[in-house]
Every structure is written in C-alpha cells, then in structure tokens.
Design a protein around this ligand. Structure first.
Ligand SMILES: [Zn+2]
Length: 80
C-alpha cells in the first residue's frame, strides 16, 4: 500500500511539473543580453524551480539560443 501511495505521489508531482512547464512555455522569452526572443519547450521548463509565470510577466533563468548566455530571460507578451 505504501508503494502505491509513493507512486501516486510521484505521478502527481510529475503532472504538476508538466502543467507548470506548459504554462511557462505558452509565451516566449526575451534575452536581456541580445534581445533575442525565443520559445522553450514545456519539457525544458518543467524542471525549472520557478512558480508558473502568469499574465505574461516574470522571468526564468534560461540559456539564450542566440548568444548562448545563461541569464534571467523576461517573459514577454509577444504573440506569434
Ligand atoms: Zn541572447
């Protein structure tokens, strides 16, 4: 029984992280160094230790695909 509870807990944590990643991947991010705007896949964001970003605001520590610098990239309201 305890094994089942442990498995269910892990599944719930995984689902929560996946939803968090999906929410954070809906809007693109802007690099503060070169201004490049890029989109990260949900599975690349789901293990970032940040709460889901709401209303197009907030920032995450991400690697810019253009200049390869790791910095706090701002969530943008840019729609494609
Ligand atoms: Zn950049």
């Amino acid at each position: 029984m305890q094994v089942i509870i442990a498995i269910v807990s892990i599944v719930f944590i995984f689902i929560f992280l996946a939803i968090e990643g999906l929410v954070n991947s809906r809007k693109p991010y802007a690099c503060p160094n070169c201004g490049h705007i890029f989109i990260k896949k949900w599975y690349a964001l789901m293990f970032k230790s940040s709460p889901p970003v709401k209303d197009g605001s907030g920032e995450l520590r991400l690697k810019c695909p253009a200049c390869k610098k790791v910095d706090f990239c701002v969530h943008t309201n840019y729609e494609d």
